[in-house]
Design a binder for this molecule. Structure first.
Ligand code: GLY
Length: 597
């Protein structure tokens, strides 16, 4: 049931009967906890957008829109767009504010992937701002003396896990190509908030409390997040003068001010001198860093082309494989509540994850059957495996067409969810989809110059070989770790129709794929598609979002042979639908909003 209303500066919005219940307060301390609290000191427009999200409504606008994981960041982007800036300009403002108010998820010390639809040339491209392995890193970086993989957090916390950050270079490259506003003006919102202070959000406070022991390991980090020894609490007003100073340097000198000079020197010494777990990142790594342009990867689904980030991300390929297999089945006729739909989705995902584990890595280092993996005939063939009635008892990688002899062993990289997604449409018709991360919540827990350093290197497989066969996603110097980030633009007849993405570790793939199914097949409006309860299957176990109506699917899925796990599934989907108007949605499990005019 839908009802259209006008809400203040919010353009028209649609009321939906399909809202998720507010998440349990206890979730606030879980990893990627669902939180829906609000910072104050927001504009009327941002408050109205939050109210719309809480009511399960899409936000509608005429000219431009930004959807991001924190209202202050969305407001910073909105101000740039309102002043005539492009989506690339707005992204710089959004990212620099996210790095301050949502520091656990993304920032200058991390990496990102950006998908760009260029209205002038009517073309799609992508920028790869992924972190790289230092030149001095060895493939056995995450193994002990006996060659056994380190425990995950023993690898994460400290300098060993830090890859060369890519986000500053990506911001500069995006602005160089597509910016309209003067670069220095894009840092004003971040500088002001860092100097004058912002209120700690419920999400940040919950995660600081949960991670206090690890944050306490390094004095600079502890001083910021645990002032006087106690975790920050919601509503604390936090300033970050070091971050403001870093933004002043970036504004004045561009990315060079980050990759050379005193900030670079501080990054290197912080990594190399990390107590108990030093790393090998050097000035050379920072000096060599480049954001790379890469072709978008697209897969056909129904009447659409679903386009996104290719290697080193597994995102577009795995989302594309899932949807490509589902193309053979009529999910619209089956419906969203039918266990049969979820059998098909679950096993299509398992098959796609089998290919991901075998073949997907940084294609600058390993030959990859990129086109073969999303080839229509290959996926139609793989889809035939889904023709039965029960969960597949065996799931193995397929044999996509490729022009190299490939013999890889299956990967076992662990990705825990942090990360943030930004969707933007500007008044010129450009569309930006960017997923940005420092990997685990609070990354390596190392902080310098007001920002946290990533732990992205732990997205590599800790093992290099299995039974003597190399693993494609093994660590190598200069290589970029495989990602699951899936910044996506859905195209129809060459025009952009939907921009979407999410955080969530390797569950990102399921969150994005099923939101597209909800929107394309199940007649959900955008907010419904983002709010719908999650069911995610990667390696066999069916994760069902606890406390939601999806729990009703537990017994039927178990009867089909799945092992089911009820748990929090904390996506952070942010999306904009592009039609006669722009319609935006934000995930109720995070603090963000869609804001437009
Ligand atoms: N670190 C999360 C990802 O890149 O998928």
């Amino acid at each position: 049931m839908h009802k259209t209303v006008k809400a203040g500066l919010l353009a028209s919005v649609v009321l939906s009967s399909h809202t998720l219940q507010a998440q349990e307060a206890a979730d606030a301390v879980a990893p990627e906890a669902a939180t829906s609290g609000h910072v104050q000191t927001l504009t009327e427009a941002a408050r109205a957008a939050l109210a719309a999200k809480d009511a399960g409504q899409v936000v509608e606008a005429e000219n431009w829109m930004v959807a991001a994981a924190n209202p202050l960041a969305a407001e910073a982007g909105a101000q740039v767009l309102r002043n005539g800036g492009s989506a690339a300009d707005a992204m710089v403002a959004v990212q620099t504010v996210l790095g301050l108010v949502e520091p656990q998820s993304s920032g200058l010390g991390g990496g990102a992937f950006l998908v760009w639809y260029d209205a002038a040339s009517q073309s799609l491209t992508t920028l790869d701002g992924r972190e790289t392995a230092p030149v001095a890193a060895t493939p056995r970086l995450f193994q002990d003396d006996a060659g056994e993989p380190l425990k995950f957090f023993d690898a994460v916390v400290g300098g060993r896990s830090v890859g060369t950050p890519g986000t500053p270079a990506l911001m500069e490259e995006a602005h160089r190509r597509w910016g309209r506003a003067p670069w220095p003006t894009l840092f004003g919102a971040g500088i002001k908030l860092a100097e004058q202070g912002f209120q700690v959000s419920p999400r940040l406070a919950g995660l600081v409390e949960r991670d206090a022991e690890r944050l306490a390991r390094f004095p600079v980090t502890a001083e910021y997040f645990l002032p006087g020894g106690a975790p920050l609490v919601e509503g604390d007003v936090l300033t970050n003068s070091a971050y403001a100073q870093t933004l002043h340097v970036l504004a004045a000198k561009g990315a060079d001010g980050f990759y050379s000079g005193s900030i670079a020197a501080d990054i290197v010494s912080t990594v190399q001198e990390a107590e108990g777990n030093p790393g090998v990142l050097s000035q050379t790594d920072l000096a060599l860093y480049q954001a790379k342009e890469r072709d978008a990867v697209c897969a056909a689904y129904r009447a659409y082309d679903v386009c996104g980030m290719g290697p080193p991300s597994s995102g577009a390929l795995t989302v594309g494989q899932i949807l490509g297999m589902l193309n053979s089945y009529d999910l619209a006729a089956l419906g969203a509540e039918n266990p049969e739909s979820w059998r098909l989705i679950g096993d299509a995902s398992r098959l796609a994850f089998a290919d991901r584990g075998r073949y997907m890595a940084d294609s600058d280092f390993v030959p990859m059957p990129t086109a073969g993996l999303v080839n229509k005939e290959y996926l139609a063939d793989r889809a035939k495996l889904l023709a039965g009635d029960d969960a597949l008892t065996e799931v193995a990688p397929g044999s996509p067409e490729f022009d190299h002899a490939l013999n890889w062993a299956d990967d076992e990289a662990i990705e825990l969810p942090s990360t943030s997604h930004i969707s933007i449409v500007d008044q010129y018709g450009n569309v930006l989809s960017m997923t940005t991360t420092i990997e685990n919540a609070f990354g390596s827990r190392l902080m310098t110059n007001g920002f946290l350093l990533n732990n992205e290197l732990t997205d590599f497989s800790f093992r290099t070989h299995r039974d003597g066969v190399p693993i494609a996603n093994r660590l190598e110097p200069g290589k970029r770790p495989r990602s699951s980030m899936s910044p996506t633009i859905v195209m129809q007849d060459g025009a952009p129709l939907l921009v979407i993405g999410s955080p969530g570790g390797s569950r990102i793939i399921g969150y994005v794929a099923t939101a597209i199914v909800g929107w394309a097949d199940w007649d959900m409006d955008l907010q419904q598609a983002l709010s719908a309860p999650h069911l995610v299957n990667r390696f066999g176990t069916y994760d069902i979002e606890q406390g939601t109506t999806a729990e009703a699917l537990q017994t039927p899925l178990e009867e089909m042979g799945y092992k089911v796990n009820l748990r929090d599934l904390t996506s952070g989907l942010h999306a904009i639908e592009i039609g006669e108007t722009l319609k935006g949605g934000a995930d109720p499990r995070r603090e963000g909003i869609a804001l437009g005019e």
